[in-house]
Design a protein around this ligand. Structure first.
Ligand SMILES: Nc1nc2c([nH]c(=O)n2[C@H]2C[C@H](O)[C@@H](COP(=O)(O)OP(=O)(O)OP(=O)(O)O)O2)c(=O)[nH]1
Length: 159
């Protein structure tokens, strides 16, 4: 008799840190959640829950298509303290990947988001000052570090 399939109770979420350019990024796309009520108005990485059997990067491409209407190419993972990802509220975990849009579309806010905003990577303070979902703050810090934000040699001013 075969053992029952193991059940992983953790919710797996994937987030996209969408950059304007893969080689020399100057801007990051951030999204303001529309729901549920307790998260409404907070900023996040676009993305969502992985479907059963779906890989993290696969989920990220699907969510960006569904939520933002764009096709993305996944670049690199923002290194998390655990291979499962960053801890979120409860038992949920999230992996975050940098990505770029590869079609000629512009990301647009659908029903999931109140607004989207391209923020300038040249100055980390206004990015860190956004009202992020609290669990995202260490991830934003790690992302900015990974991108070398604050180091004028690696990040140029946007427009
Ligand atoms: N997308 C996203 N979710 C985040 C972030 N930070 C964070 O704590 N979360 C939480 C909020 C939600 O409880 C969960 C993701 O759920 P979601 O509502 O975005 O996922 P989904 O698009 O698959 O939604 P649904 O089909 O269940 O409505 O992870 C983040 O940066 N991006």
């Amino acid at each position: 008799m075969s053992a029952p399939a193991s059940h992983d109770p953790r919710t797996r979420v994937t987030g996209a840190a969408i950059l304007d350019n893969a080689q020399s990024p100057t801007r990051l796309l951030v999204a303001q959640r529309a729901y549920p009520e307790q998260l409404r108005g907070l900023w996040e990485f676009p993305g969502g829950k992985q479907d059963p059997g779906e890989g993290a990067q696969e989920a990220l491409v699907r969510e960006c298509s569904e939520e933002l209407g764009v096709t993305v190419r996944v670049l690199e993972e923002v290194p998390a303290p655990d291979p499962e990802g960053w801890p979120l509220k409860g038992t949920a975990v999230m992996r975050v990947f940098t990505a770029v849009v590869t079609d000629d579309r512009t990301p647009v806010a659908g029903e999931d988001h109140l607004q989207l905003r391209w923020v300038d990577l040249a100055d980390p303070d206004p990015i860190l000052d956004l009202d992020w979902i609290p669990a995202d703050l260490p991830i934003v810090g790690a992302l900015l570090k990974q991108l070398g934000v604050g180091n004028p040699a690696t990040v140029r001013h946007g427009h």
